[in-house]
Design a protein around this ligand. Structure first.
Ligand SMILES: Nc1ncnc2c1ncn2[C@@H]1O[C@H](COP(=O)(O)OP(=O)(O)OP(=O)(O)O)[C@@H](O)[C@H]1O
Ligand SMILES: [Mg+2]
Length: 398
C-alpha cells in the first residue's frame, strides 16, 4: 500500500480553493518589491478552527520565500510576549540565509532583545529602558528589512499566526510599527500578514483604534470544486483515482470543512489501501466515514471542554433547534431568558469561532456536524439521568 497523501492536522499536500487569498498576499508583497516601501496596513485572515488559516499562511510564506523575500514566522501566545519570539525567529532566518556575513550587528541587537525581553520578570536596566518591547519590535523589523533589501531580497515578510492571542501591548506595537513604516519617507520594505480566529478583527481594533484600517479577509468553508481537488489531486499524484460517486459522497459527508476532508481522505485511503492504478470507490468512503466521524467527535469534545456554563447552554439550545440558523429570540425563549442575557456568551462563542451571525439576528454553527454532536451529548446525559444504576454514584437502588 502507498502511504496516505492526506494530512489531518498538518499542512495539506495541495492547498485547495484558496487562490484568491494567495493572490491578495502576492499583491501586497508586489508593492514591497516594486516600490521598496511597506506593504501597507496589516493584512489579516480569520476563520474558525480547522478552516485552514495556518495552511494558507504557510503556503503564502513558502511562495514569498521562493520569490526572494526574507520571511519570518511567529505565533501569538497568551502567556508570552511577541518581541523576543520575533527577534529569535528573525535571528534564525538571518543565520540560515546567505545574509549571515553582513549581519553581525543585527544579530547582536536581536540577541539583546531576546535576553532583555524574553525572561519573565527580567530587570529593566537603564540600558534597556530605551528598548521597550514596542521599540524592539519596530527596530528589529526595520533593521532586518533593510539588510534584506540591501542584499538582493525584496524585503521582509512577517507572518503572525494566532494573532488574537498575542498580548495587547505587542499587537499594538506591531500595528504602530506598521503605521510608522507606511508613513516613513525612506520606505520600509516590510509586510505583515496575520491569521487567527474570528476574534481577530476585534483584537486588532482593541489594540489600536487605527487598526480598523487593516485589511480583513474572512476564510469560508471550501466549495465543492475545492473539496474535490483536495481529495483528488494528492491521490492523482500517486497514480490513484477517485470514482465520481465517491467524490460526491465525500462532498456531502464533509460539507467543505477542510479538517474533515483530510480526516475522511485518510480514513478512506486506509480502507482502500490502494496501489498505483487503483480506484477509490464509494464503498471505501462509506467505510472510512466512521473513523473520520469518531475523530471529529474527539475534536468537538475538546472544543466543548473549554466552554463556560453559559456558553454551553447557548450551544445546546441552538443544537436542539436544528442544524440550520436559529433566531436569537427562539434560543432565548427556549432558555427562558431575555435575549440580552445571550449577548455575552454569544460574543464569546463568535470570537472563538464556534458559531457565527447568519443575518437577521440569527446564529449558526461554523463547523458542519457540531449540532448533531451536541444533540448526541445531551441524549447521553439524559440517558444517564434516567438510569440511576449507570450514574456511577456507588449506590444502587435495592
Ligand atoms: N485549502 C485547503 N485544502 C486542503 N486541505 C486543507 C486546506 N486548508 C486546510 N486544510 C487541512 O485542514 C486541516 C486544518 O488546517 P489548519 O491547521 O491550517 O487550520 P487552522 O484554521 O489553522 O486551524 P486552527 O484554528 O485549529 O489553528 C489540516 O489538516 C489541513 O491539512
Ligand atoms: Mg492554525
Amino acid at each position: 500500500m502507498i502511504q496516505s497523501p492526506y494530512s489531518p492536522g498538518s499542512l495539506p499536500v495541495y492547498l485547495a480553493g484558496r487562490g484568491h487569498e494567495l493572490q491578495v498576499v502576492r499583491d501586497r508583497l508586489a508593492r514591497v518589491e516594486a516600490l521598496g516601501r511597506s506593504g501597507g496596513p496589516l493584512l489579516a485572515f480569520y476563520g474558525p478552527r480547522g478552516y485552514g488559516k495556518t495552511s494558507l499562511l504557510r503556503a503564502a510564506q513558502r511562495e514569498a520565500l521562493a520569490d526572494g523575500y526574507l520571511t519570518v514566522w511567529v505565533t501569538g501566545r497568551e502567556d508570552a510576549p511577541l518581541a523576543p519570539d520575533l527577534a529569535g525567529a528573525l535571528a534564525e532566518e538571518v543565520r540560515d540565509s546567505s545574509l549571515l556575513a553582513q549581519a553581525s550587528a543585527l544579530l547582536a541587537s536581536l540577541d539583546k532583545v531576546q535576553v532583555e525581553l524574553g525572561v519573565p520578570g527580567a530587570k529593566i536596566t537603564a540600558d534597556t529602558a530605551a528598548r521597550r518591547p514596542g521599540d524592539a519590535i519596530e527596530g528589529s523589523l526595520k533593521q532586518a528589512a533593510q539588510l534584506a533589501r540591501q542584499h538582493d531580497r525584496h524585503g521582509l515578510a512577517v507572518f503572525v499566526d494566532e494573532f488574537q492571542d498575542a498580548p495587547t501591548a505587542d499587537r499594538r506595537s506591531l500595528l504602530i510599527a506598521l503605521q510608522h513604516f507606511d508613513g516613513a519617507p525612506k520606505g520600509q520594505p516590510v509586510a505583515v500578514i496575520a491569521a487567527g480566529l474570528p476574534a481577530l478583527p476585534s483584537a486588532v481594533t482593541a489594540a489600536a483604534t487605527f487598526g480598523e484600517r487593516s485589511d480583513f479577509h474572512e476564510l469560508r468553508l471550501l466549495n465543492d470544486v475545492a473539496t474535490v481537488e483536495a481529495l483528488k489531486l494528492p491521490a492523482a499524484q500517486l497514480g490513484v483515482h477517485w470514482a465520481q460517486e465517491a467524490l460526491e459522497y465525500a462532498i456531502e459527508a464533509t460539507r467543505g470543512y477542510p479538517h474533515e476532508i483530510q480526516l475522511l481522505g485518510e480514513a478512506t485511503w486506509n480502507v482502500a489501501r490502494p496501489a498505483q492504478g487503483d480506484t477509490i470507490t464509494i464503498g471505501h468512503v462509506r467505510s472510512g466515514q466512521e473513523t473520520a466521524e469518531r475523530r471529529m467527535d474527539q475534536l468537538f469534545q475538546a472544543r466543548i471542554a473549554k466552554t463556560t456554563d453559559d456558553q454551553r447552554r447557548l450551544l445546546d439550545a441552538m443544537a436542539s433547534l436544528g442544524d440550520g440558523p436559529a433566531t436569537r429570540g427562539s434560543i432565548a425563549a427556549l432558555l427562558g431568558v431575555p435575549t440580552e442575557a445571550l449577548s455575552r456568551p454569544r460574543q464569546e462563542l463568535i470570537g472563538r469561532g464556534l458559531i457565527e451571525p447568519a443575518g437577521h439576528g440569527r446564529l449558526q454553527f461554523t463547523v458542519p456536524g457540531f449540532a448533531a454532536f451536541l444533540r448526541g451529548q445531551t441524549e447521553d446525559t439524559l440517558e444517564l439521568e434516567t438510569q440511576p444504576d449507570r450514574r456511577g454514584t456507588g449506590y444502587s437502588a435495592e
